[in-house]
Design a protein around this ligand. Structure first.
Ligand code: PLP
Length: 430
């Protein structure tokens, strides 16, 4: 269905979509978990595949009419296995959170006495689904959390080992949502072996870096690897589970019929397209450019006087301590948003402030790298970020930055946006 069809059926919705297109086009997206899907991925996600029910797996479905759906899912699976070197792939999880829940259900037998999971705590950069107290994962399983070193804010593998030996989890979880350094998956595998746990690696944030060879892969080390498909991997909103052969049956059963009904076939097709794109040499270059840009941005922010958690980054994200620029995380994120810089407030490790107004802002380079920005743009970006935070009460300064950003963004159309490009809203005129 084309957008003009939406305009005919539902002008109110079309108006909001048009405004969102313009907002995305003329602002600088710095949220590290977001990206711009390509035109091909968007088209696949908008196809008539949405009309089909396909409960089950290829050649073992509960509905007829799967002549085309089976090969689509099989292509997505084959590409996922080949791109990441996995024994088995399940491409049906609706997103990252259900993928993690399915992984725990598969890895921890219902009747097992040991229902313990051990993952990185949310305040230290872990995800809710790694066993944080408000997540269903801590209700279904007995959840324990490790943290980061109180001084360096790095993962301390000796401390994690000591805690793991004490907790003796059934599943040790590694991976993060706000950790700016490389994760040593081989060390986690060693710890898991020592304490008798299975290892689950959640590579949601870094899947694109792993695919492009810009971050070591967890796949050789972990029993099960989960991911979203819409972050650095640049696919549609969705999830995937990769695993060693011996976990394949349990993983598939946990996703369907354990947790979900019919797979979203339009998403499966879009995942297949994204995986094809991720196999290209252009994508490898893209993945490395994300890291180059993040490191250049970190350096430029340090030069502007900002404090960064761990002092920099090895991956796609930076945790900026906004208090070093005289603002709380919420004030900083709000000011940046007014200035056309989209980020999110985030706790820093051992944050003395509340999670609703923490000290940090989380920023990343996957999206701007997708638009074609390079290392050379990063000093200007850092200047805009620090100006926005420091001048948060100066409406004219924020409007000036917003105008300058819109000028730059107009020169770098995001993937997925085809001409004619969105009209520039009046507030972006500076
Ligand atoms: N795992 C990690 C590490 C994440 O960062 C996220 C989302 O930000 C998820 C899982 C959950 O993904 P979703 O929001 O698609 O459920």
């Amino acid at each position: 269905m084309s957008q003009s069809a939406i305009a005919v059926v539902d002008p109110e919705l079309q108006n909001l979509i048009t405004k969102e297109e313009s907002r995305q086009f003329y602002t600088a997206k710095l949220i590290p978990s977001e990206n711009y899907a390509s035109a091909a991925v968007l088209q696949a996600a908008g196809t008539i595949l949405t009309n089909k029910y396909s409960e089950g797996y290829a050649r073992k479905r509960y509905y007829e009419g799967q002549q085309n759906i089976d090969p689509i899912e099989e292509i997505a699976i084959a590409r996922a296995k080949s791109l990441f070197g996995a024994d088995h792939a399940n491409v049906q999880p609706y997103s990252g959170s259900p993928a993690n829940l399915a992984a725990y259900c598969a890895m921890i037998p219902k009747d097992s006495e040991n229902q313990r999971i051990l993952g990185l705590g949310l305040p230290a950069g872990g995800h809710l689904t790694h066993g944080w107290k408000v997540s269903i994962t801590s209700r279904f399983f007995q959840a324990f959390q490790y943290g980061v070193d109180p001084v360096t804010h790095l993962l301390d593998y000796d401390a994690i080992r000591a805690q793991a030996m004490q907790v003796r989890p059934a599943v040790l979880v590694c991976g993060a949502t706000a950790y700016p350094r490389q994760i040593d998956f081989s060390k986690f595998a060693e710890i898991a072996r020592e304490c008798g746990a299975l290892l689950l690696a959640d590579m949601a944030h870094i899947a694109g870096l792993v695919a492009g060879g810009a971050h070591p892969s967890p796949v050789p080390h972990a029993d099960v690897v989960t991911t979203t498909t819409h972050k650095t991997l640049r696919g549609p909103r969705g999830g995937m589970i990769l695993c060693k052969a011996q976990h394949a049956v349990a993983i598939d059963k946990a996703v369907f019929p354990g947790l979900q009904g019919g797979p979203h076939n339009q998403t499966t097709a879009a995942i297949a397209v994204a995986l094809r794109e991720a196999q290209t040499s252009e994508f490898r270059t893209y993945a490395h450019q994300i890291v180059t840009n993040a490191q250049a941005l970190a350096q430029a922010l340090l030069t502007q006087g900002a404090r960064l958690v761990t002092g920099g980054t090895d991956n796609h994200l930076i945790l900026l301590d906004a208090t070093s620029l005289g603002a709380t995380g919420k004030q900083a994120a709000k000011a940046m948003d007014i200035a056309g810089l989209e980020a999110n407030f985030n706790s820093v490790p051992f944050d003395p402030r509340s999670p609703f107004d923490p000290s940090g802002v989380r920023i990343g380079t996957p999206s701007l790298t997708s638009r074609g920005l390079t290392k050379a743009h990063m000093p200007q970006l850092a200047a805009w970020i620090t100006t926005a935070i420091r001048s948060r009460d100066d409406a004219a300064a924020l409007a000036r930055v917003r105008g300058e950003i819109a000028d730059l963004m107009a020169q770098f159309p995001p993937p997925g946006f085809l001409p004619p490009y969105p009209t520039r809203p009046s507030q972006e005129l500076g």
